[in-house]
Ligand binder design. Structure first.
Ligand code: ADP
Ligand code: MG
Length: 686
């Protein structure tokens, strides 16, 4: 299975007639650098010039083509939409006429060019009935004499400022005529037969000059399949490369592991057990582990991580756990130290704010190579010298930037990534395709879903009266405010808390934490909250990730419409960490349908996986991927969720191919090298 894109197809787009430096620059903005890029550039849609009808036969709702002579243009501003100009003309034929109407942005109106009055044109567009009058809205006009047009499906390409549709069509046609015949098939015959996809050259032709919409659809499908197939194949190569690298194989679980499990204050859930077994199997192999542990908030990922860290120590290694904030580093250090108390396993901490004598001391211990665990922030990725590194755990990995993740992974022999943002299955593949995935499905026993309510802001008082009653009954509650960036806003937070303390929460001690506060101060406030000295904690999103206070049963989110859906779910995860019933109040008067959608999803969905699906629907994949900022693949044709089935089909075909080809199938490095290079970050980037 080989393709080296034919040399000619790799040639610069400038070898095409009519493409000089300026146009090449414009094309580059569309991702078109080489001839092949243009051949594989998917049109956004097609105009159907096959269905020509007379002006008298049009019906509302139809998209059709009408042939006729163009009448005089009239422009007029729209009274209630000052930025839009309406352009009207009549299309005359057979003694009748059809009004054509365009709505154009004022800034673009002067640049519009129409054929001269009286020209015979084909107008293609949707017919609508506006104010009882049939008209064609925003039609595309083509001169009827243009042989490219009549009777065809005409591609509409993506454009960029300075590049017209006409020029794009001409260039694409030219590329197809001159180079189309050089396109070589690379998919083996078996795959073509099994999938029923068209040959590559046929697909390229039909992308630009389809006979009918079905041919265009199949062409698109073929090229999307190629993207998914090659990408999956590339992932397989990465996995294979990892399996061929060496890493220390851990011995089977020994006394230390058994004592750890025996000393636990609770029995691990079946899901936690299964995850530990899976880790053990993999750590006992002499190859690096790269595993993602995904589990809903509160599913108990820390315990699984603790087990892995302990197994590293048991085998004489040092192990690190990276967390996104200094406060979390302290908390996780204490929790791990608690879990390891009777075992004599040391847990150190290293953060950016650790003062120097202590820092040097920690570093010296790491350099000495004695087996231990160190919890820290991103500074763990800054080349601190661990003499006997065996395992890296990254907690709340979604909170680290791409660069930080790369740096953290760099030192890791075995790697365990943990995320509390479950993602739908397809997205998991696209985001984490180069990791093996373990999922913690169930929560520890006895947990109740959080009673979640969306409360209009005018009923705030009631909510705080409820919080007050809970605090007086010995429980604990959070109040969450939207993020504080500037000092002025930190001041605003303090003001708001003060007015609560004078009003509905009078007499109840309230702790305040925000991002502009030194770590030490944040930690001591959080500590006071954990111990119950301060039953109410007012915070910005610093408590969003990881904070674990089992006694907390109420969370009030102010301005809840300003948070994202998965963020809200994370926040809600701060309560219901015990068997006590918990409450989440979302104070919001939302202004957009999206915000209402998020609040409703929170009200009705408890499960993080369902929330993630809803988030995908509300925001679309593009935004989710954009936010995740991972080295996610850039696909031109494939998109989700529409192409989900195609992705599974591509995976199946890769597996079948590798079964047939054996190990040689992966060794062959020549498969569309450039596609792979573009589709994937370098190995180890995550
Ligand atoms: P997350 O997956 O969100 O990181 P944590 O690891 O912080 O969740 O665990 C949430 C809470 O559940 C903690 O208070 C932890 O002690 C508790 N927990 C974890 N596993 C169990 C278990 N098997 N049984 C009872 N409680 C558990
Ligand atoms: Mg956690």
């Amino acid at each position: 299975m080989v393709t080296r894109l034919n040399q000619a197809l790799r040639a610069s787009i400038r070898t095409l007639k009519g493409v000089g430096p300026v146009r090449a620059g414009l094309l580059e903005r569309l991702g078109v650098l080489r001839i092949w890029d243009l051949l594989a550039l998917p049109p956004r849609r097609y105009l159907d010039f096959r269905r020509e009808v007379g002006p008298a036969q049009v019906r509302p709702g139809e998209t059709v083509t009408v042939r006729g002579n163009l009448g005089r243009l009239q422009r007029r501003p729209l009274p209630n939409r000052p930025r839009v100009v309406q352009v009207e003309a009549r299309l005359e034929a057979d003694g009748t006429s059809l009004p054509l109407t365009w709505y154009v942005h004022r800034a673009q109106a002067p640049a519009l060019r129409f054929p001269p009055v009286g020209t015979c044109v084909l107008a293609s567009g949707e017919v609508r009935s506006l104010a009882g009058r049939l008209q064609m809205v925003n039609p595309v006009l083509e001169r009827a004499e243009d042989a490219q047009v009549a009777g065809r499906l005409l591609p509409v390409y993506p454009l960029t400022q300075g590049l017209s549709q006409g020029v794009m069509r001409r260039l694409a046609a030219e590329a197809l005529d001159r180079y189309g015949a050089l396109v070589e098939e690379f998919l083996p015959e078996e795959i073509r037969r099994a999938t029923g996809l068209p040959a590559l050259d046929e697909a390229i032709r039909n992308l630009h000059r389809p006979e009918d919409p079905e041919a265009a659809r199949l062409a698109r499908r073929r090229l999307a399949f190629d993207e998914l197939f090659l990408w999956t194949y590339a992932l397989e190569r990465i996995h294979a490369a990892r399996r061929s690298r060496e890493a220390p194989a851990f011995a089977p679980p020994g006394t230390l592991a058994r004592r750890f499990l025996d000393a636990l204050p609770f029995a691990p859930t079946p899901a936690q057990r299964a995850a530990m077994d899976e880790l053990d199997r993999e750590l006992m192999r002499p190859h690096p582990m790269r595993r993602l542990l995904q589990g809903d908030v509160g599913s108990g990922k820390t315990l699984v991580a603790a087990y892995a860290l302990l197994r590293a120590v048991e085998n004489g290694f040092q192990a690190t756990m990276a967390v996104p904030t200094g406060v979390l580093a302290r908390q996780q250090q204490e929790r791990l130290a608690g879990l390891f108390r009777s075992l004599g396993v040391r847990v150190l901490r290293l953060t950016g704010t650790l003062p120097d004598p202590e820092r040097s001391q920690v570093e010296a211990e790491l350099a000495s190579g004695q087996p231990l665990v160190v919890v820290g922030t991103h500074v763990l990725g800054q080349g601190i010298g661990l003499a006997r590194m065996g395992l890296v755990v990254v907690d709340e990995e979604q909170r680290f930037g791409v660069r930080q993740r790369e740096a953290l992974a760099a030192g890791g022999v075995h790697q365990l990534w943990m995320t509390a943002t479950p993602v739908p299955r397809t997205l998991a593949l696209t985001l984490y395709g180069d990791l093996d995935v373990t999922t913690l499905r169930d929560l520890p026993p006895g947990r109740h879903p959080v009673d979640t309510r969306w409360i209009p802001e005018r009923n705030r008082e009631q909510v705080y009266r409820f919080l007050r009653a809970r605090a007086e009954a010995g429980e604990r509650g959070f109040i969450l405010f939207p993020a504080i960036e500037a000092d002025g806003q930190a001041q605003a937070l303090v003001e708001q808390v003060r007015s609560l303390a004078r009003g509905p929460l009078a007499g109840i001690p309230i702790g305040v934490v925000h991002g502009r506060m030194p770590d030490e101060e944040r930690w001591s406030t959080l500590r006071a909250f954990q111990e119950g000295e301060v039953p109410v904690l007012a915070a910005t999103t610093v408590v969003e990730v990881g904070v674990d206070v089992p006694e907390a049963t109420v969370i009030v989110v102010e301005g809840a419409d300003r948070f994202g859906l998965s963020q809200l779910h994370q926040l809600r995860g701060r309560v219901a960490r015990s068997a006590r019933p918990s409450f989440c109040f979302l104070l919001a008067t939302p202004r957009t349908p999206q915000a209402r959608g998020r609040l409703n999803a929170m009200r009705t969905l408890a499960d993080g996986f369902a929330i993630a699906e809803a988030d995908l629907r509300l925001r679309g994949q593009g935004e989710l991927l954009g936010e995740a900022q991972s080295g996610s693949p850039e696909w031109k044709l494939a998109s989700f969720p529409e192409d989900e089935a195609l992705l599974w089909e591509a995976r199946e075909q890769v597996e079948a191919y590798l079964r047939r080809a054996g190990p040689a199938g992966l060794r062959d490095g020549s498969i569309a090298r450039e596609v792979i290079d573009r589709a994937l970050p370098a190995d180890g980037a995550r």
